[in-house]
Design a binder for this molecule. Structure first.
Ligand SMILES: [Cu+2]
Length: 461
């Protein structure tokens, strides 16, 4: 694979070289035209009108996630016909800074687009969300054009990204995500419909983003079952870009069931649960960092046998937000640089501060925790109690016994999951956080309201 890819790149570099030679030749020809055109037969100078520059055709390859060549050089005044071929496995489009281009073409398809004569340094890119940031950018260097200040490639700058006001309150109609986790059904075959969509969702007070979702929610639906159960998920792409799904609870071929499907397509992802734990699922379509970081994640819980009875169970997923402009998808560049704007529980900034979880003192509770990342760790901690049971990545780390061991944190790297069990001793307010405290002020804060404690101090929604 690698060898073939390198070979392809070499060949393509060769094409780039040929394109460069062609560009130089065109320059030379235009120079000759300028010189010859500027003299009349008598050898005196004529008042020259600018000569026409020969149009050029340049082959462009759209791949996942690159444009090849990534830069071209043309003489000023050249009209270029881009002969564009999609060699990737995803749909891509192509548009120049001047606005000429075409909408998405499917893998294997080609399309031509012709510009008017180019007289300024500019660029072209794939406009599908995230693809430009992932590398699908073509620099168009125009030789003889005035050099603009700054980068030769015009990239819209950041600075328009939405900003979270930590003192703001959720919108009037906002409803928190109910963290209550229901028991697995008695069914042994779970037929589930998942729609991949792009939806405008409020992620923090006053901040909406175009989140990429499973069934319009972030995190996606919680799935639960037992060892031996069959899960048959029909994924339908109702979005405008390619999507896929990857269940960490399954042993299936990445190249088959986890394949990317295009808008309008469906696939059936089927597996039998063989291992217990709290597993991540997510879209794996490239750039997977963008699809996970922009909301396409969730949890599937496969119960270990003989779970102890508890009063109630809850689920908490931790993830980061990398805000783009208001109403736009998250910022891939921030994701690449691990510059999150927020760390959130079940998808919303300070969610369970605005909508705290009500429980009773003296009762046993179990919280399943999954770190959906995509990149930050989690140190799940509840202020004011101690876990007497900790289950992580398929194994009990701690259970009540005569040694009286206690645990303060469930530590989870991205995609790790487990649960904790505990009681609250007395009525009161009990915060829960990731004990990486830099993230507490960034939205990773919730509260349990135990018994008849007064929750008004939380500024309840
Ligand atoms: Cu996706």
């Amino acid at each position: 694979m690698r060898h073939t890819r390198e070979k392809t790149l070499m060949l393509k570099s060769g094409c780039g070289f040929v394109a460069g030679i062609a560009a130089l030749m065109a320059m030379f020809i235009s120079l000759v035209l300028v010189i010859s055109g500027s003299m009349n037969p008598s050898g005196t100078h004529a008042t020259a009108s600018l000569p026409a520059v020969a149009p050029m055709t340049i082959d462009i390859e759209l791949g996942d996630m690159f444009i090849h060549p990534s830069s071209i050089s043309i003489p000023t005044g050249t009209a270029v016909t881009f002969h564009v071929h999609n060699s990737g496995v995803m749909a891509h489009d192509f548009r120049t800074e001047a606005g000429v281009g075409f909408s998405a073409i499917q893998p294997g398809e080609s399309k031509d687009v012709t510009t008017s004569p180019l007289t300024a340094i500019s660029s072209a890119w794939c406009t599908i969300a995230g693809h430009k940031q992932a590398g699908m950018l073509l620099a168009i260097n125009v030789i003889g054009a005035p050099v603009a200040a700054g980068s030769p490639v015009a990239v819209p700058s950041a600075g328009l990204d939405a900003v979270i006001d930590a003192a703001a309150m959720p919108s009037a109609g906002w409803l928190g995500r109910d963290p209550l986790l229901h028991a697995a059904s008695n069914k042994t075959v779970h037929n589930i419909a998942f729609d991949a969509t792009e939806s405008i969702i409020e992620v923090a007070p006053g901040v909406t983003q175009e989140m990429w979702t499973f069934n319009g929610m972030v995190p996606g639906p919680v799935l639960r079952g037992n060892i031996g159960d069959t899960f048959r998920i029909t994924l339908t792409n109702k979005g405008k870009m390619g999507h896929s799904i990857d269940f960490h609870a399954s042993k299936v071929a990445w190249s088959d069931q986890m394949r990317t499907i295009l808008p309008g397509e469906s696939l059936v992802y089927e597996f039998t649960a063989q291992f217990a734990g709290a597993f991540m699922y997510h879209c794996g379509t490239g750039p997977a960092l963008h699809h996970i970081g922009n909301g396409m994640y969730g949890v599937i819980i496969i119960d270990p046998p003989h779970l102890a009875p508890v009063e109630k169970e809850f689920f908490i997923t931790q993830s980061e937000l990398y805000l783009g402009p208001q109403g736009q998808p998250g910022d891939l560049t921030k994701m690449i640089n691990e510059q999150w704007d927020a760390v959130v529980f079940n998808g919303y900034f300070n969610q369970y501060k605005f909508d705290p979880i009500h429980v009773l003192p003296g009762k046993r509770y179990r919280i399943w925790v999954l770190n959906d990342g995509p990149s930050e760790n989690s140190a799940f901690h509840i202020v004011g109690t101690i876990f007497d049971t900790v289950y992580k990545e398929g194994a009990y780390l701690l259970r009540p016994d005569a040694t009286h061991g206690g645990s303060q944190v469930l530590d989870l790297q991205p995609a790790q999951g487990g649960f904790v069990e505990f009681t609250f001793a007395v009525d009161g307010l009990y915060p829960f956080v990731t004990h990486k405290f830099a993230n507490v002020g960034k939205g990773a804060l919730g509260f349990f309201v135990v018994g008849n404690a007064d929750a008004s101090a939380l500024g309840n929604h």
